[in-house]
Design a protein around this ligand. Structure first.
Ligand SMILES: [Zn+2]
Length: 155
């Protein structure tokens, strides 16, 4: 049962590029409210501020280029999809961002407390990115072809 997710994840709880009124740049936002199919309120994943959705200028073109780039990446890394699973474009981007930042993922330990946005290394599932914390001791982690709910902060 493969969990797949469209590139344009336009729904409440989904993520979207938007202009952040505090960061003053385009950052990834989580959608918190939609009206008539239009995104209304978003939370910036960089600074946690909630504000009205501002569409980034020239967004359509950027998304097209992003899709093309990701498709190219997926061809280059065909070993990831060899098992029949679908590689998340988002996972590829997060992996690239991690490589660019020079940081290394934390080893997954059920006793540790994680935060959304952190990268972790799971002994069985490999490199994952924490998407969401489900208090008090669960989290959603995006692996290369599925999102799993893992336990954390368990003593
Ligand atoms: Zn921000």
């Amino acid at each position: 049962m493969a969990y797949t997710r469209p590139l344009a994840d336009i729904r409440v709880g989904g993520e979207i590029d938007a202009v952040c009124t505090r960061c003053r740049v385009i950052t990834i936002h989580r959608i918190v409210a939609m009206v008539d199919g239009q995104v209304r309120r978003v939370i910036c994943l960089s600074c946690d501020s909630q504000h009205n959705y501002h569409q980034p200028p020239g967004e359509k073109r950027q998304i097209t280029e992003k899709v093309k780039r990701v498709a190219k990446d997926m061809k280059k890394t065909s070993s990831f999809s060899a098992g029949g699973g679908r590689v998340f474009a988002m996972w590829m981007e997060s992996k690239q961002a991690l490589a660019d930042s020079g940081a290394s993922p934390r080893a997954y330990n059920i006793k540790d407390l994680f935060e959304a946005g952190q990268a972790l290394n799971h002994p069985k599932f490999g490199l994952g990115f924490v998407q969401k914390i489900i208090p008090p001791n669960k989290m959603e982690v995006m692996f290369d072809n599925e999102i799993k709910t893992l336990a954390m902060n368990v003593s």
